[in-house]
Design a binder for this molecule. Structure first.
Ligand code: SF4
Ligand code: SF4
Length: 378
């Protein structure tokens, strides 16, 4: 497993990190943590919000410590998180609680979990950074960063504070909106952790035939991983298995982190061209100039899902994500396209001259389905 420097933390982190939110039992967790470490993963990522995850990891590490292959604590990087609503006293207690559940006396990294709104960022700056700095001075926490599902301007603001050493965010071939955040985080020498590059990138464990054909001879999931790992600014990708077997597929490419080869570049080019050919003049260019919408419709994200559904037959993924509008709060903001009242405010702002109300109606027809709530999966 290749390792990369996690920005200014100076930690060396494996290019895949173990997300630990999907374990059903302590046994599954123990087997999966052992298998991940055996295959070279040295970064375990958890959160109090992930159910029993911290306890399971603590039990797994205790079990590993009692075996002959015991590994030392300092060979692992452990990240946990704190919600951006805690008071100073609560931060202090939350750190101690995480340490106790994990059975360790320090956390390599603490991420503020989900800086998704300006209120979160302001709260974190006002109430959380001082107790976190105190925990760093005491050696209970080594590095502080944040995770986010928020809009790009907010992410850039949070990076610009200079308070954070690493960032966990969404970014992948199918969602490149956060490219400027990757550039700015890199420029500030932050570690960069990519959230859910399989499921939230496009349910890439179950790709539609059209996507498979366009990527052929590459697997869409692995091609997306390769696209990310060919970018040396990115440190590590999250993989979130339920059991050890689910590590096998992603980790096939754990040693392939060089530039894309010619055939891989051609596959990416086919994906680029398919959007242009299939969507024609209806393609949303994802510039976000149309916002804000008085009906709080997340126009660019709705039309991105339409782009993917039409270009690559990613209909099921589109339904999955579209169904989260109006159901996931700040984790996935925005109302559905059916709320459009044809006010026309967005029209002059669209450089592509798209008929946004018509496209939103079409998107709603294509992607409306059962409502979904957000799962903890970052
Ligand atoms: S036309 Fe529809 S999408 Fe555009 S701003 Fe008005 S309500 Fe929003
Ligand atoms: S302004 Fe037009 S092209 Fe840009 S994101 Fe909005 S709808 Fe898409």
């Amino acid at each position: 497993m290749r390792r990369r420097r996690f920005g200014k933390t100076e930690l060396l982190v494996s290019v895949f990190s173990l997300g630990t939110m999907r374990f059903d039992s302590a046994e599954d967790a123990c087997e999966t943590v052992c298998a991940a470490i055996a295959q070279g993963i040295n970064h375990l990522e958890t959160a109090p919000a992930y159910g029993s995850s911290e306890c399971y990891i603590g039990q797994a590490l205790s079990a590993i410590a009692s075996t002959e292959e015991s590994i030392r604590r300092e060979q692992l990087v452990i990240t946990s998180k704190l919600t951006p609503t805690l008071t100073a006293d609560q931060v202090d207690k939350a750190i101690d609680d995480s340490l106790e559940r994990l059975g360790t006396d320090y956390l390599d990294c603490v991420a503020i979990h989900g800086i998704n709104t300006l209120a979160h960022l302001t709260w974190a700056q006002t109430h959380m950074l001082a107790p976190l700095a105190q925990a760093q001075a005491e050696g209970r926490v080594r590095h502080v960063g944040f995770s986010t599902h928020g809009p790009l301007d907010l992410i850039l603001k949070a990076i610009a504070t200079g308070f954070f050493s690493f960032i966990n965010l969404h970014y992948n071939y199918f969602f490149q909106r956060n490219a400027a955040a990757i550039a700015q985080a890199h420029q500030q020498d932050m570690g960069i952790f990519i959230i859910s590059p399989a499921d939230k990138a496009g349910m890439l464990y179950t790709p539609p035939d059209r996507l498979k054909q366009l990527c052929d001879p590459y697997d869409p999931l692995l091609l997306n991983y390769r696209w990310l790992l060919s970018d040396s600014r990115i440190t590590t990708l999250s993989v979130g298995p339920k059991d050890p077997h689910e590590l096998d597929w992603p980790l096939q490419i754990a040693d392939q982190d060089g530039p894309l080869n010619e055939n891989e570049q051609q596959a990416i080019e086919r994906l680029d061209q398919a959007q242009i050919a299939q969507l024609g003049t209806d393609r949303c260019a994802q510039c976000h100039e149309c916002l804000p919408c008085p009906e709080v419709i997340n126009i660019p994200e709705a039309l991105r899902l339409r782009n993917l559904a039409i270009a690559y037959d990613m209909q099921a993924f589109g339904q999955y994500r579209y169904g989260m509008f109006e159901n996931a709060g700040h984790w996935f903001w925005g109302n559905k396209g059916s709320r459009c009242n044809d006010c026309g405010d967005c029209l002059p702002r669209c450089p592509e001259s798209l008929n946004i109300p018509a496209l939103l109606r079409d998107t709603h027809q294509r992607l409306k389905g059962k409502q979904r709530r957000r799962l903890w999966e970052d």
